[in-house]
Design a protein around this ligand. Sequence first.
Ligand code: ADP
Ligand code: MG
Length: 262
Amino acid sequence: MTELLVQRVSVALEHLKLKTAQANLLAHLHEADQRELPSIAFLDRLLNDELASRAERGIIARTRLAHLPIIKTLDSFDFDAQPALDRRSIAELQTLNFLERRQNVALLGPPGVGKTHIAIGLAVCALQGGQRAYFLSTQDLLDQIRVAQLDGIPGHKQRHLNTVPLLIIDELGYVQFDKSAATWFFQLMSNRYERRSTVITSNKNFSEWGDILGDTVLAGALLDRFIHHCHVLSLKGESYRMKTRQGATSTTGKTTRRAGPS
Ligand code: ADP
Ligand code: MG
């Protein structure tokens, strides 16, 4: 009789697509039996098991879609190497209040100081918090703009850029925009203004964005929107890559500098 009931519950869990609960049903029943748990405690454990595995699967799926170049966490960020950076401002961003308030983040500074690391860390935080995020380098953005212009009408990817709750645009400053790409970028940022959060990392100060976009008036209008609700974090100092590399090669004293964007 009991076996029949277990079988029926297992089939019901399968129909309800409660895969983890179904897989762990016997273990939970055994535990409840051993510890003489009341039925509500058994049910509580079974359902929490299902919820936890769903949350985990959700994080994995969102992370796959976020297009992160590498996984970095804010926990692994060495704040001692970046004394100019206020830890409290990062802690505040980790609460994800900025996402709820549709605020932006600007990470500015020279190469190798951890701008991309922090941007990815924020994305990971958002993904774990149940939010969707999308990471793209400025070159990826320009490629997508080119595709959008060829297609004529906004496709799925372009709509995604407009609507994803957290968009990260990395390394603004190394690649020059032409007129139509700059206009497209301005439109994207206008669409996202006060509706979605954007993180931009750049090796250039705001005053130099006119040069990147090839149009100071357009850059001014874009910055006006972007900075209106924005956490501006300025990172300083030597490249962390160089520092760690110097440490690794201190016996020879030799270091090599890689050309191109960081
Ligand atoms: P940027 O984007 O400013 O050029 P990155 O974030 O790409 O710099 O950092 C370069 C490398 O150094 C990455 O591997 C990053 O994880 C590491 N890094 C930079 N700053 C720190 C830091 N303060 N703590 C830990 N790792 C760091
Ligand atoms: Mg970078």
